[in-house]
Unconditional design. Structure first.
Lengths: 99, 497, 503
């Protein structure tokens, strides 16, 4: 029976960058276990010979011409930003490494 | 902290290196990978963005067909198979310069796979096997404010420009390269150099390592000599010059060996390359926490290049740069050194075209690697960016060959070309540069020179013909260089015999 | 004015009997009157709507109307980007965000001359079946203000049911147009996947989402569908083919003749025994009556089995959270929306974590965690990968069923509207509301929900779902209009929520 432990929820929340409180962790772990138990019912329903469907309709090769089209002005681009400096998005200090 | 290092030769006594290279090539398409924003380098911040590349809620990607075409051409040039059907996938991780917090990339279905490139190192050929080449998008760029200048550590906050976000990238990944031994650093460098040449020949990228349009990540591991196993690898990121590729491999080999010699284990981690000091430092440790949760991108439909299209693109491939270079070197009779200089100056194409316009190989090389290379160097560009065409150079050389110009006058013609004064012939006419071989004018100048230098004239009369040079110089000075030096010499000797 | 259908309003405008400004003002007045109780709207743009209406009137005076619906006002679900109008998706994390661009659907509405009244309430990021998961408070069902209007598009359905708008746009990922339609006694259409552009629709689950019409009549849906549908080069999954003639199909259906049509009743979605449990008796009774009316109109009924449909819910609750967990990663406090500082010198990563904790509601967090789990290494094959395979089986069931029937039918939702709060703490019970609507999203086929009456036990609306093969949306309209005509004749007029409850 699949079960998500509290520690696993904490790990997943970390991957998903959500700072869950202890209360939320306590609350979510059993709820997710219930949901997971239910959705796990599909394991084994489809055999190895069944191809997966990632797209509802079988379209392929939808391409754009390589031409420049009008985008946003910097003012529009930055209009929703919590903070702006030097026509750039101002973000809190970045830990870790440069990309 | 300074790393302990083992001398390079000692590394090889104990260990076998295995290399792996991941090279990102930024394509030179007009528009981005998934939207119609322009891709010009160096634009004002956030002026080349739209809802899609800014990751605004609701916006959707559409694949740039030209980028797919470029990916296929790169794959074909690397002798890859081209997928009959493949998908884009999302690589999920959070980083402020990535607008959607996932990168649209390809995962287990790359468009190109299983290729190779033969790399020449000092006359020896190494076959570098290509695992895959896939399509993805670039990220934005962060400027770190406060703290030590420009560095991420200690910065107070960061400023993000998304102009680069969404520019098409092709990531080319090799299989582990083994058996290079002492030549591992050279093989790494030669691979990247040859790959760059190939990209240039294909015309799919600006291929400027200094501007980041080609970026290399260098993987390295050591295994006990002769064991045939693969050791734990490190990945040194963003090694952005050919010389650095070589140095980074050399450094990591020495560092790995020291760690292993001390009985410790290599951490599987990302390393940062420091161009200034020539060392790598530890980045993030690769751990289980790094889980990219790839899945097929539902907003894009699969790419299924028809075999007809692939064959059509195969027909557009340029001659393999290595083969072409060998062919041209033989045809032109250049030495290895001359050929290396030619390639290094980016002058292969212009020299080829100059020769095609009728100039001898040595003359073409003389101009392009001499006078013109000097001027290009002053301007900080490659010779092919100068306002001088191969046809111009061929014409100038033709004028020299027929005696209408000498080298000094030819340089003045180039001045005129740089100043936009017209064709070489127009410049010669306008500037009055043609050499004077009319005996009347020359004869007067020679008489003047003899009169002004009686001592020299006497020496020549006494049979010291070598002294004629001084008189020739005087004549040339009077004629402001526009005299046929050979004819001047003949006239002096006639008059003083 | 407000009780007129969109088609009637369009006719009145064309005949010069009224103006767009008058029609728009009447609906704005109605919103002012009842939306305090219903809370269908998150944002009302009176000024903008009236300006657009005045432009429409000017166009009409100049003989330059842009579409059949030029001047007919509309409400838009808050999940579609509207330039200059707030777009929150019912979430705190997007509070105050004003998009600098229009969704393609919105652009087409504007191009066709429909004044936009405002943005309608929804479950946060369209996650829910009751609109209770809106960060801005629930919408209430005009039939009973203590009950849910369905979800996630409860706002659009309630607005139309309460005569606050003649037309609305909804989006349907697992039933968010059709199920609210069923429980509010309105019509809702989920078009064929790819039939209406998703550009500018803030994605919940990209491979399932479709925008579509929310109206009071089948003809109105067809009219609206023709305005918003059709190929869009900005959406790679958009179908590059002309829409079928939907209005024509609706008119043909309303004439009442269905002879030769094969109607497939899906065993797994219409029988208590052998299929799914939890179906309300009144819902099944109204369903059977509607089937009988179709037979009376000349249709032939066949029973079809779609055995994989029993796995649709589980499949859906793996695919949706997986895609959603990735889609919602972009809400990170860096470029737009909420930014929460856990402490003064917090790092970007800490700000992201704190903002996402404060800005997302419980249901969103549940699904993000579930989706992160389903995609994480070691679980992908067992969960997401397996769900994609079952999706194939579900599509195959549809293919087989459509060999035997031209359309498939079922009740839209297993129950009538339940009380607010009844299922809030029981996610699985909430998820079961979408049992009958989910298979269409998984296979990409179109579906419509048409009001089928009131359940005997509680006097609340029930819905009848008609599903057609991909690209055959016209069949939904033809059969839907035929059923609507037969029911209207039986009832003597449309079902209308009791007015006294709204004031």
């Amino acid at each position: 029976m699949p079960e998500i432990t509290r520690a696993e929820v904490a790990h997943l929340a970390n991957l998903a960058r959500i700072d869950l409180s202890d209360d939320e962790l306590d609350h979510l772990a059993p709820q997710l276990s219930v949901i997971l138990e239910s959705v796990a019912s599909i394991s084994g329903v489809a055999g190895d010979d069944v191809p997966p469907t990632s797209h509802a309709l079988p379209l392929t090769n939808v391409f754009r011409e390589d031409v420049v089209t009008p985008g946003l002005t910097p003012e529009q681009a930055l209009s929703g930003a919590p903070a702006v400096e030097e026509q750039r998005f101002s973000v809190p200090r970045i830990l870790g490494e440069e990309q | 902290m300074t790393d302990t290092l083992v001398a390079f030769d000692d590394v090889l006594a104990t260990y076998d290196p295995a290399l792996g290279l991941e090279v990102h090539v930024e394509l030179n398409t007009n528009s981005k990978m998934f939207c119609g924003c322009p891709t010009e380098f160096g634009a004002e911040p956030n002026t080349q963005v739209c809802p899609t590349c800014l990751g605004l809620p609701g916006a959707m990607p559409v694949v740039n067909g030209k980028a797919v075409e470029s990916a296929i051409r790169i794959g074909l040039a690397l002798n890859c198979d081209i997928a009959e059907w493949c998908r884009f996938a999302r690589k999920n991780y959070f980083y402020p310069d990535m607008p959607k917090n996932f990168q649209t990339s390809q995962y287990d279905e790359p468009i190109c796979f299983d290729g190779y490139m033969d790399v020449d190192v000092d006359g020896e050929t190494f076959r570098v096997e290509i695992e895959r080449a896939h399509m993805e998008e670039d990220t934005g760029k962060s400027l770190h404010v406060g703290g030590a200048t420009g560095r991420i550590h200690g910065a107070d906050h960061s400023l993000v420009d998304y102009n680069r976000a969404g520019i098409p990238l092709i990531e080319i990944v090799t299989k582990p390269i083994r058996g290079a031994g002492a030549k591992a650093p050279d093989v790494a460098r030669a691979y990247v150099a040859q790959l760059r040449d190939l990209i240039v020949a294909l015309g799919v990228s600006d291929a400027r390592m200094d501007q980041g349009s080609i970026r290399a990540d260098v993987n390295l591991s050591l295994s006990p000599k002769g064991s045939g196993t693969l050791g734990t690898r490190t990945e040194t990121k963003n090694v952005n010059s050919l010389r650095s590729v070589e140095r980074a491999v050399r450094y990591e080999m020495s560092r790995h060996a020291a760690v292993l010699d001390a009985g410790e284990k290599i951490l599987q981690e990302t390393r940062h390359w420091h161009e200034d000091t020539g060392v790598t430092t530890s980045g993030r440790e690769k751990s289980d926490a790094e889980d990219y949760r790839y899945f097929p991108e539902p907003d894009l439909v699969p790419v299924a290049p028809s075999r007809e299209w692939v064959e059509e693109l195969r027909g557009t491939l340029p001659e393999n740069p290595t083969a072409r270079r060998a062919r041209l070197q033989a045809e032109w009779g250049f030495s290895d050194l001359e050929m290396r200089d030619t390639v290094g100056a980016g002058a292969l194409d212009v020299i080829e075209q100059t020769i095609a316009a009728g100039t001898t190989p040595q003359a073409a090389r003389k101009w392009w690697l001499g006078e013109l290379a000097r001027r290009a160097n002053e301007q900080g560009v490659l010779v092919d960016a100068l306002p001088v065409t191969p046809a111009d150079v061929a014409r100038v050389q033709a004028l020299v060959d027929e005696g209408s110009l000498n080298d000094k006058l030819a340089r003045q013609v180039f001045d005129g070309l740089f100043a936009g004064e017209g064709t070489p012939d127009e410049i010669v006419a306008a500037r009055g540069l043609a050499i004077v071989s009319d005996d009347g004018a020359l004869s007067t100048a020679v008489d003047n020179a003899i009169a002004a230098n009686p001592d020299v004239a006497d020496k020549i009369r006494d049979g010291k013909v070598a002294a004629a040079g001084a008189l020739i110089g005087a004549v040339m000075k009077e004629m402001r260089g526009q005299a046929d030096a050979g004819r001047v010499r003949e006239l002096i000797l006639e008059k003083l015999s | 004015m407000i009780t007129r259908t969109a088609a009637e309003l369009a006719a009145a405008l064309a005949a010069g009997e009224t103006t767009s400004v008058a029609a728009t003002q009447a609906h704005l007045d109605r919103i002012a009157e009842v939306d305090g109780a219903v809370h269908a709207f998150l944002h009302v743009d009176a000024e903008g709507a009236l300006a657009q209406a005045a432009e429409s009137d000017a166009r009409r005076a100049a003989g330059a109307t842009r579409s059949a619906l030029d001047g007919v006002p509309i409400a838009v679900k808050d999940v579609l980007a509207t330039e200059g109008l707030p777009t929150t998706c019912g979430s705190k994390i997007l509070e105050g965000w004003i998009p600098p661009y229009d969704a393609t659907v919105v652009r087409r509405l504007k191009a066709a001359g429909l004044p936009i009244l405002g943005k309608t309430n929804m479950d946060e990021f369209a996650m829910g079946s009751s609109t209770e998961h809106s960060a801005y408070g629930p919408t209430r069902n005009p039939w009973d203000l203590d009950r849910i209007p369905g979800g996630s598009g409860g706002g659009s359905a309630a607005a139309v049911a309460a005569f606050e708008a003649p037309l609305a746009i909804g989006t349907d990922t697992g039933g968010s147009i059709r199920q609210p339609g069923a429980v509010t006694g309105t019509v809702g259409v989920k078009p064929t996947y790819g039939g209406v552009s998703r550009y500018g629709l803030v994605a919940l689950a990209n491979s399932l989402d479709q925008a579509g019409p929310v109206t009071r009549t089948v003809l109105d849906s067809a009219l609206l569908h023709e305005v918003i549908g059709g190929h869009d080069p900005l959406d790679s999954t958009s179908i590059d083919q002309p829409l079928p003639a939907l209005v024509e199909a609706a008119k043909r259906g309303a004439a009442g003749d269905l002879s030769g049509l094969r109607v497939g009743v899906i065993t797994e979605m219409s029988r208590q025994e052998g299929g799914l449990s939890g179906w309300q008796a009144g819902v099944l009774a109204r369903f059977q009556e509607s089937v009988d009316l179709l037979v009376k109109a000349g249709a032939e009924v066949v029973e079809v089995s779609c055995p994989s449909f029993v796995h649709a819910l589980a499949t859906y609750y793996l695919i949706l959270p997986a895609e959603a967990s990735s889609n919602l990663a972009k809400f990170d406090a860096m470029r737009y929306g909420l930014r929460v500082w856990p402490e003064a010198d917090a790092s970007a990563e800490e700000v992201m974590r704190a903002t996402r904790d404060a800005g997302f509601g419980d249901e969103v967090k549940r699904r993000i965690i579930l989706g992160t789990y389903a995609l994480s290494s070691g679980y992908y094959d067992a969960y997401y990968g397996q769900a994609q395979k079952v999706r194939t089986l579900i599509s195959r069931d549809f293919d087989a069923a459509f060999e035997r029937a031209d359309v498939l039918v079922s009740p839209t939702a297993p129950t009538t509207a339940f009380k607010l709060g009844a299922k809030l703490d029981d996610p699985m019970a909430m998820y079961l509301n979408d049992l009958a609507t989910i298979p269409a999203n998984l296979a990409g086929v179109p579906g419509i929900s048409v009001p089928s009456g009131l359940a005997d036990e509680d006097g609340l609306p029930t819905g009848f779902q008609i599903l057609a093969p991909a690209l055959a949306d016209d069949r939904c309209y033809r059969v839907g209009a035929a059923l609507e005509a037969a029911l209207l004749e039986q009832w003597g007029g449309p079902l209308v929520p009791p007015e006294e409850k709204l004031s």
